[in-house]
Design a protein around this ligand. Structure first.
Ligand SMILES: [Zn+2]
Length: 274
């Protein structure tokens, strides 16, 4: 479902994959992340065409649920340099395999598919001016080292990237930086935002950031306690269960159990100095 946040801002929170958005400026459209599934991209392309050409796409991170859809849109792609490198290193075949398993109707849309990596990159911060809108991009490492939340002051909207997942189990995978993540969340509270578009989950506002910080600390504490008790990684993975802290996931219990095990592994190895 596409939600209209203001006259100029539309957000999708209802499809599989991340929340993706577009901002209509007087000089064309800026997309923030693109759909994971080609079938969704094609629908979105038709929808956006009503408002003007896509001038820029900003990818907030390198995972395919944020950037695999770039292929289906025009416009110059902007993201962190690390996102570019990650996309370039990612075999297209594994994405196509995933589609085969999870979205067979997409296959007819990807016959000549390629990832479309960013051609403008940042490592610290940059500002994009288009029409009457300003897009402030900055690196806030956390969910990956390359997270780039986007703040649009004219709309007072913060697109948080997956550093904030509202009531959705966070994905703390091998290249996450759990401690930097908490620091980034603390800093992200400084944006003068009325609305926060999280990477996953329902729209919220800044009041969810302290909750997200508390939950990230809870993950760290749960794993630290398990280590303190002398548990092996496997024991910690079998014992720690924080699924009830996330009500809005929509993911299957099996998928959540898997994600949870991955999260525990990452934090366990980090705390053990691995
Ligand atoms: Zn991600």
């Amino acid at each position: 479902m596409i939600e209209k946040l203001s006259d100029n801002v539309y957000v999708e929170t209802g499809v599989r994959g991340c929340n993706h958005s577009f901002v209509i400026t007087t000089d064309g459209v800026v997309m923030i992340d693109t759909p994971q599934y080609p079938t969704d991209s094609v629908k979105w392309r038709e929808e956006i065409a009503k408002f003007g050409p896509v001038r820029y796409i900003i990818n907030t991170e390198p995972h395919p649920d944020h950037c695999a859809g770039n292929y289906f849109f025009e416009g110059t792609v902007i993201a962190h340099e690390g996102t570019r490198q990650t996309i370039l290193a990612n075999p297209v075949q594994s994405y196509l395999e995933m589609l085969k398993q999870t979205d067979p109707p997409s296959l007819s849309l990807v016959q000549n598919y390629s990832f479309r990596p960013p051609t403008i990159t940042l490592t610290d911060k940059m500002t994009l001016y288009l029409g009457k809108h300003t897009f402030q991009l900055a690196n806030f490492p956390g969910h990956t080292p390359f997270q780039v939340p986007v703040y649009v002051p004219e709309e007072k909207i913060l697109f948080s990237s997956d550093n904030v997942t509202n009531n959705v189990l966070p994905y703390i995978s091998a290249n996450a930086l759990p401690l930097a993540w908490i620091e980034s969340l603390v800093k992200m509270q400084n944006f003068d935002a009325k609305v926060l578009v999280p990477g996953h989950g329902n729209l919220c506002d800044k009041s969810y950031i302290p909750q997200m910080i508390a939950l990230m600390k809870l993950w760290l504490k749960a794993v630290a306690d398990a280590i303190e008790k002398g548990m092996s990684l496997e024991e910690a993975q079998d014992t720690i269960d924080l699924r009830d802290k996330y009500q809005g996931s929509g993911r299957s219990p099996e998928r959540m159990a898997q994600t949870q095990k991955m999260n525990v592994k990452k934090i366990y190895e980090m705390l053990k100095g691995g």
